[in-house]
Design a protein around this ligand. Structure first.
Ligand code: GZL
Length: 320
């Protein structure tokens, strides 16, 4: 397994928005910066940590008036939320786009209203790229590649794999698949099945149970595109009388505390981080955009990988 430069940088998101760091009070005019934040929902542990990070950074104490809408996992709700922020005339819109497509019309309305849009976490399709100022998030393709590098480095090429995929059409799922597939290609691995399990524990349990019903002992390794689906799959594997981490080895992505506990217990085998603590960087970008200062097109968090030893080292103080 290749320990990349990113992994050695550790798991802290560096504030890179041109030295825009630390807390501030209101803007130069003395008023709060009004921000409308449309979040995907509360589908996973990662999402809860991401929401908490943004709500803390975009606080009144830090000079923001935050309007937060949880879209309950439905894009139509998220589009309605953005539209409501335009109607209310907020200063800046922050959007965590559930899926890549379907944003052109509502983001065009924001542009017509001269309200800048900052993406956090996932991205939108290239056709929408003129409709937002910047994206703060993680490198999902790299995360998928890191998961596959572990598979290649530790598994017989004849290994048979199943995959629990994230939300269909989301940039996180699409890019993790692309990164994973690119690295495992040509080694002889067999992907028996792959299915959307919605980034949730319940979805992971349900789909893994169906995989076990269909493929039984043929399954040797699970790639779950987030921890929560992997944790749900562990329940299904145990219910089938098999040992997760041994009969079926498991690699997941997010790096939540619950996953690190399972890694230490040997029920997961490898965890790739996807940093949810994007709040400080988002706040810096929002402040810069509101002040008319230039911002980068993308701010990518540093991610790392965990084996059992690394998990034991960080668990006591791990932030999410
Ligand atoms: C990744 C994020 C994904 C997480 C899941 O940045 O979009 O969505 O991996 C979350 O846990 O639900």
């Amino acid at each position: 397994m290749t320990i990349t430069r990113r992994a050695m940088l550790g798991g802290t998101l560096g504030l890179v928005a041109g030295g825009l760091t630390g807390c501030a009070t209101a803007d130069a005019s003395g008023s709060l910066i009004s921000v409308g934040f449309a979040q995907t929902g509360a589908e996973s542990t990662w999402r809860a940590a991401n929401t908490a990070s943004l709500r803390k950074a975009l606080s009144r104490r830090n000079g923001f008036e935050l309007m937060f809408i949880d879209s309950q996992g439905r894009q139509e709700n998220e589009i309605a939320a953005v539209r409501s922020f335009v109607t209310r005339g907020v200063d800046v819109i922050v959007l965590a786009p559930m899926v890549e497509g379907g944003w052109r019309d509502v983001l065009e309305e924001a542009r017509q209203a001269h309200i800048p849009v900052v993406l956090e976490d996932r991205g939108i399709d290239a056709s929408g790229s003129s409709l937002y100022v910047s994206r703060v998030g993680d490198d999902f393709r790299h995360e998928g590649a890191l998961a596959a590098e572990w598979v290649v480095a530790t598994s017989d090429p004849a290994t048979r794999i199943v995959e629990l995929l994230g939300t269909t059409g989301s940039s996180a799922a699409l890019e993790r698949s692309a990164g994973f597939d690119e690295v495992i290609a040509g080694h002889g691995f067999t992907v028996l099945d792959a299915q959307d399990a919605g980034f949730t524990r319940a979805g992971g349990k349900e789909v893994m149970a169906a995989f076990l019903q269909k493929h039984g002992d043929d399954i040797q390794l699970l790639f779950a595109q987030n921890d929560d689906m992997g944790l749900g799959a562990i329940q299904a594997i145990r219910a089938a009388g098999l040992e997760p981490g041994h009969d079926i080895r498991i690699v997941t992505i997010d790096g939540t505390r619950d996953a690190l506990v399972e890694l230490i217990a040997g029920r997961l085998n490898h965890v790739v981080q996807c940093n949810p603590m994007l709040g400080p960087q988002v706040a810096s970008v929002v402040r810069a955009v509101h002040s008319g200062r230039p911002v980068k097109r993308e701010y990518i968090a540093t991610d790392r990988v965990f084996d059992t030893r690394a998990a034991k080292e960080v668990l006591a103080t791990w932030p999410y």
